[in-house]
Ligand binder design. Sequence first.
Ligand code: SAM
Length: 258
Amino acid sequence: MVMDKMVFFNESLLPIPIYLEELIERFDIPIQNRPSPAWELCWTGQKLQFHNRELKLHPLYGDFLLPWKRAPLGKNDLFAKAMGYRKGIRKVIDATAGLGQDTARLLRLGCSVEAIEKNKILYCLLFEAQERAKQNILWKEKVSPRLHLIYGDAISLLPQIKPDRNQAIFLDPMFPEKNKSALSGGEMQLLKKWQVQCEKEEDLIAAPKLLLDSAFLGGHKRIILKRPLHTVSDNLTEISPHIVYRGKSVRYDVWLEK
Ligand SMILES: C[S@@+](CC[C@H](N)C(=O)[O-])C[C@H]1O[C@@H](n2cnc3c(N)ncnc32)[C@H](O)[C@@H]1O
């Protein structure tokens, strides 16, 4: 991972929280006492955000409370249906947690979530977002116990997780750049640009197939792949999805194991 190209900067005049000090130490993130012109993990005093001043795109940060500021998801919502909520799924392994937006939706649905993220910076953003969300006492007591963040590579972790009929595996990997429909605004563009810094292009292209293969290897009962609605690369697996839920810009391919 290209950690030498990014720095941590505390833009507030306040000391940083202890958990943040621990994350910076754990991931050996270089600290800088002035703003960086390029990739920067920045503590604003209110939240941790990641940005690149050169790119002039909206900074990345997590917000686990967001789904509570919107209308609740119903059990007939496409996302809920794809997850298998009506079939009794109440535990989801979000194997590609990213900024935690889908994790937050799953929590809002009432599911327990194991959220796996392999990128150190994204994991730091998720961790801080959980700490920030815990400032809301109700969320801290009722929701936070259902969220477990894991720093690691889902490709090696998924085969080790015990399959369970009430548990689903959710995959939302990056798809190749040309799939513009996969972008959901400036945040996703910045996320993609950061991923390109961190990984070889061939590894990024191979990721969706490798993730799917490792979920199959684990014998999981319900595997959901979120992908752009119009994808050309349909040869991820020889096994066709058992159910396909189509939305306006995304689709959810679902494989079921008897
Ligand atoms: C498109 S983003 C996911 C966005 C996420 N669903 C959300 O709602 O914010 C893909 C994320 O998956 C992560 N990722 C890709 N491969 C992974 C793997 N093998 N294990 C864990 N995380 C992975 C990437 O680092 C990236 O943060």
